[in-house]
Design a protein around this ligand. Structure first.
Ligand code: AMP
Length: 288
């Protein structure tokens, strides 16, 4: 039997537990999440448990990272199942604050990151990355772990968090772990639960587009052709394309050197569900 993970709602209480562990010379790992957990989140907890002495995870559906017409109200919530999953993967403490604990009345400070937060998700979801940066900084203050674990699934988010950690000199190491996928390629996401059976079948268009991008990139295809192919595949699956781009991996700027390490980024909508995915592309020789 796995010991049940303690659920802590009070920021001062989790901060004291983590600090005490650090003072005893233990390494603490932290996995921030919005709950409705799946094997992607579980892989982050497992990596943290393998590399750290104690693991804390947070479950907080952060209102400030949702736009006014987005899915905050219907975002799935499943604390009991989440608690079991995290305990089984070696998580000791689950920080599950309510909104007032993170944003007390009168709170008036937000963090705004430029650079990697500006294009793609930043352009399509105004205020989203400011909400992410603001909550992640507060979570890091309440859970002062040495290492924090994020998924490559949200590649742009990892760049924004890394930028903020560097710019604010926060004492935490950011670890990025690979995307966990369904057998047919669909990246696991809490939002996959919104998909109808028909939409779920068509949702493979995103990962299929990325697989084609990886193949064509390695074969030396021009970036514009790769982007066109991705767009066509996504469109053929009945997904409304928000973007399908190959850009510089760290800055997300257009590729000045078509052989440099890159990332393919895709986003699209199936009905009312919006999904994103990405694929890292290694530097290649002799591309046009
Ligand atoms: P979320 O609960 O969606 O905010 O995600 C919490 C963390 O889990 C983020 O760092 C995500 O990038 C990560 N994550 C989400 N989906 C996956 C996945 N399929 N594979 C790996 N990590 C993931």
């Amino acid at each position: 039997m796995t010991a049940p993970a303690a659920v802590i709602t009070n920021p001062e209480e989790i901060a004291a537990l983590v600090r005490e562990s650090c003072h005893r010379g233990r390494t603490v790992g932290f996995v921030p999440t919005m709950g409705a957990l799946h094997e992607g989140h579980a892989s982050l907890a497992e990596a943290a448990a393998a590399e750290c002495d104690d693991v804390a995870a947070s479950i907080f559906v952060n209102p400030t990272q949702f736009g006014p017409h987005e899915d905050f109200a219907r975002y799935p919530r499943a604390l009991d199942a989440d608690r079991r999953l995290l305990a089984a993967r070696g998580v000791r403490w689950i920080f599950a604050p309510d909104v007032a604990a993170i944003y007390p009345p009168g709170h008036a400070t937000r963090i705004v990151v430029d650079g990697p937060a500006l294009p793609f998700e930043g352009a399509l979801r105004p205020g989203h990355f400011s909400g992410v940066a603001t909550v992640v900084q507060r979570l890091f203050a309440f859970v002062p772990a040495q290492r924090a674990y994020f998924g490559q699934k949200d590649w742009q988010q990892t760049l924004v968090v890394r930028r903020m950690v560097a710019d604010l000199a926060l004492p935490v190491t950011i670890v990025v772990r690979p995307t966990i996928r369904e057998p047919d390629g669909l990246a696991l996401s809490s939002r996959n639960a919104y998909l109808s059976a028909a939409e779920r079948r068509r949702a493979t268009g995103l990962s299929a587009a990325l697989a084609a991008a990886a193949r064509d990139w390695a074969a030396g295809a021009p970036v514009a052709d790769i982007e066109g192919t991705m767009r066509r595949i996504i469109d053929d699956h009945g997904i409304a394309v928000d973007y399908a781009a190959v850009v510089e991996r760290e800055s997300l700027a257009p590729l000045a050197d078509p052989a440099a390490p890159a990332v393919a980024l895709v986003a699209g909508r199936l009905g009312t569900t919006r999904l994103i995915d990405n694929q890292l592309l290694d530097g290649r020789a002799g591309a046009a």
